[in-house]
Design a protein around this ligand. Sequence first.
Ligand code: SAM
Length: 283
Amino acid sequence: MKDILDLISPGKPFLPDALNAMQLGRANAMRHLWLTASVSLLAQPGTGIRILEVGSWMGASMLTWAAAIDRFVAGEGEILCVDTWAPYLGVDDINVDGAYRVMDRAAAIDLAYAVFRHNASCVPKKVRVDHLRGRSKDVLSMLRERAFDIVYVDGSHYYADVVADLTEARRLVADGGLLCGDDLEQQVTEIDEAYARDNIDRDALVDPKNRKAFHPGVTLAVAEVLGPVSSYTGFWAMRREGDAFVPVDLSGASPFVPEHFGEEYRRTVLEWARSSGFFKKQA
Ligand SMILES: C[S@@+](CC[C@H](N)C(=O)[O-])C[C@H]1O[C@@H](n2cnc3c(N)ncnc32)[C@H](O)[C@@H]1O
């Protein structure tokens, strides 16, 4: 199947909305800015960056990491992607809407894995991308302590899985490096915690107290493993200082919109960056 994609889109990323390849939809696409901002924050001339991504789907975030490595450390970096590329959503979620059904089906017929491998072959030449296909709880335990400058957790959002991923991820971050992730729209103090606890095996829901969407498993697991964290429109991050994890300020970082964003995504993200006024430097 990858051969077909290589023919359809030679040397160029393949990220169709019909397959939910961008994952976030236009309204949330600004989240990729936080990935580029994170790399800019850690970048030091002559020093490479090692990134571990837990949950890669079709490779949209992997492509963003690769673009940031290319821009900020001249391609001197590597990304290790860990994913099952297999169905993982529960039936209650699959029955919610078409996007979940498409994801489940694309994983079942191995299309997600083929698209990921095609997209991994489209990164800038010097950037190295490796992948390990397996359950994160099996794979992460085999990785060397403090081996990564950035560990990005965006795998299963079910509570027990996120607790396991974060517990391992903590161990894998180098001193001065970032532990970060996606889908923390609200922290535990903002939500109805009892409702979240009753729904730890659901992907995303609307909080009955404040009517805002959130991922119960992510909110509860982050609070339990790390406590309050720095968070930016769903992206969250903490920096390792010795044995502690401290908040991260991304406002002085240098984000950019990566090439693999289509025109509409690019426009939406730039509009958000301008209207939010968050970044001191131009996105
Ligand atoms: C939200 S998607 C990742 C999106 C991706 N980071 C992006 O932004 O383009 C979640 C991914 O986690 C993977 N996943 C789910 N459970 C997993 C597990 N137990 N171990 C490894 N990967 C898992 C799924 O196959 C899926 O590709």
